[in-house]
Ligand binder design. Structure first.
Ligand code: ASP
Ligand code: MG
Length: 467
């Protein structure tokens, strides 16, 4: 099989982990053609972002301390991961080249005391530029032929939307099939640094946080891979967060549509665009553990086998959200009033997670992330209170509970079961929303009720017996 294996940062946090990643890749490469995609070493992207903030705050000493720590960490990983002294020397030289470029960049930005969106992408792309070498040389240490490439080198071409770029798939496809095709034909294992590419002018761009998942599926589509595996510290997608429900189970198979819903709510965060490149070619994805390779994880396909089709597959929660209830006002039902509300929020750069309004149009409920709540209430009060709206009530400690499964579509009685599960635990439901896809029934409760209602739903739908 032709496989793309993507490893998350928590799989690359220590010499032991990097060695185990290399051993896993080496063993799967015996019977398969493999392309590896890796994230930055655990925590490194956060540190690079921190450096950019320190530059803007003119904290030169802090910048140097943090940068040096980051460089030392990679050197120490190289020293402790690689056994063969010649290979170790080559890796350290390669790291030095990247490190010099990084130091030069940081010096330049520190002089300017500003970091533009374009410079920030260039800066944060270094996490993956350094980690791909660690993994590639660890493979060479196991006597496997391997080459490290960053997103630009492999041929990922994107638009110039820094921080949230999109690939230009036609150009990317031609370039990637050439670079990777040639390496694979020579039995060389390519290790690609995820997260970044370059625009048509050669500027480095990134896909946004968590973007290495997206790199993996872009590559899988370009080389017509048989499967793409997202390997991380979780076993796969679960019926519920095991920290909330003790007998939560691993889901063996889910559809793309279900996985997209679960990725937004679940414990395993997946970059939202990750599934896009897989859909047209129906390339299956596996979400599985780096540390337990005997476990097959969760298979994500376009058409799951009928045995795994259940009405409800998962209950999950999005915590740390805030609820706003806007009510009153004579003009509330006037055309354009909803547009006005959302424009005000958009201008403040506030993302709306969920909305619901009743047919009487006497009120509208809006969910935002908790850190945005005060800003949102303020903006709406300034612009609308006393005019379009009489009252704005805010509830800061809330959770969205989502019940997910494609079998819910057209099945009668799901909502009744969901709300009786809430009632059994005496939980008050503050807001409800179900999209017309019927894949996801979501409602809002007080955060202190979250655990109890999730457990009750898990029991109600017998999710512990799902497999
Ligand atoms: N290193 C990037 C991040 O932390 C991308 C990734 O890990 O997927 O967001
Ligand atoms: Mg590199």
């Amino acid at each position: 099989m032709k496989l793309v294996l993507k490893f998350g940062g928590t799989s690359l946090g220590s010499p032991k982990d990097i060695n185990s990643v290399a051993r896993t890749v080496a063993s799967f490469s015996k019977d398969n053609e493999i392309v590896v995609v890796c994230s930055a070493v655990d925590g490194v992207t956060d540190e690079l972002i921190l450096i950019s903030r320190m530059i803007e705050q003119r904290k030169k000493d802090d910048v140097n301390v943090t940068l040096n720590k980051l460089i030392l960490r990679h050197r120490s990983l190289a020293n402790k991961t690689i056994k063969n002294s010649e290979i170790k020397k080559q890796l350290l030289e390669k790291l030095n080249t990247d490190v010099s470029e990084l130091q030069e960049l940081v010096r330049g930005l520190a002089l300017l005391k500003e970091v533009s969106a374009r410079s920030l992408d260039y800066l944060i792309s270094f996490g993956e530029r350094l980690s791909d070498d660690l993994v590639s040389y660890a493979l060479q240490d196991l006597k496997k032929k391997s080459t490290a490439l960053n997103g630009k080198e492999v041929g990922i071409v994107t638009d110039s939307n820094f921080g949230e770029s999109r690939p230009l798939m036609d150009t990317t496809r031609i370039r990637i099939s050439k670079t990777l095709g040639s390496l694979l034909s020579k039995k060389i294992i390519p290790v690609v640094g995820g997260f970044a590419g370059a625009d048509q002018h050669g500027n480095i761009t990134t896909f946004g946080r968590g973007g290495s998942d997206y790199t993996a599926t872009i590559i899988a589509s370009c080389i017509n891979a048989d499967e793409v595996w997202l390997m991380s510290d979780v076993d796969g997608l679960m019926t519920a967060d095991p920290r909330l429900v003790k007998n939560a189970r691993l889901l063996k198979e889910v559809s793309y549509a279900e996985a997209i819903e679960m990725a937004q709510f679940g414990a395993k965060q997946i970059h939202p665009k990750t599934f896009e490149p897989l859909l047209s070619k129906k390339i299956p994805m596996r979400i599985r553990s780096t540390f337990d390779v005997k476990n097959d994880g969760t298979l994500v396909t376009s058409s799951p086998s009928t045995a795994t089709k259940k009405t409800v597959k998962c209950v999950s929660a999005l915590r740390n959200i805030g609820l706003m209830d806007l009510s009153g006002g004579i003009l509330f039902a006037a055309p354009g009033s909803a547009a006005k509300i959302f424009t005000i929020l958009a201008e403040k750069n506030i993302n709306v997670l969920m909305v619901s309004s009743n047919p009487s149009e006497a009120s509208i409920s809006i969910i935002v992330k908790k850190p945005d709540l005060a800003k949102a209430v303020n903006a709406l009060e300034m612009n609308l209170l006393g005019k379009m709206v009489k009252k704005i009530e805010a509830t800061p400690n809330a959770s969205i509970i989502a019940v997910i499964g494609s079998g819910m579509k057209g099945t009668v009685g799901i909502a009744a079961k969901v709300f009786s599960a809430a009632q059994k635990r005496n939980v008050n439901v503050m807001m409800i929303a179900q999209g017309s896809s019927e894949l996801n029934l979501a409602f809002v409760v007080k955060d202190s009720d979250c655990k109890s209602v999730i457990q009750s739903l898990h029991e109600e739908f017998q999710l512990d017996k799902i497999n």
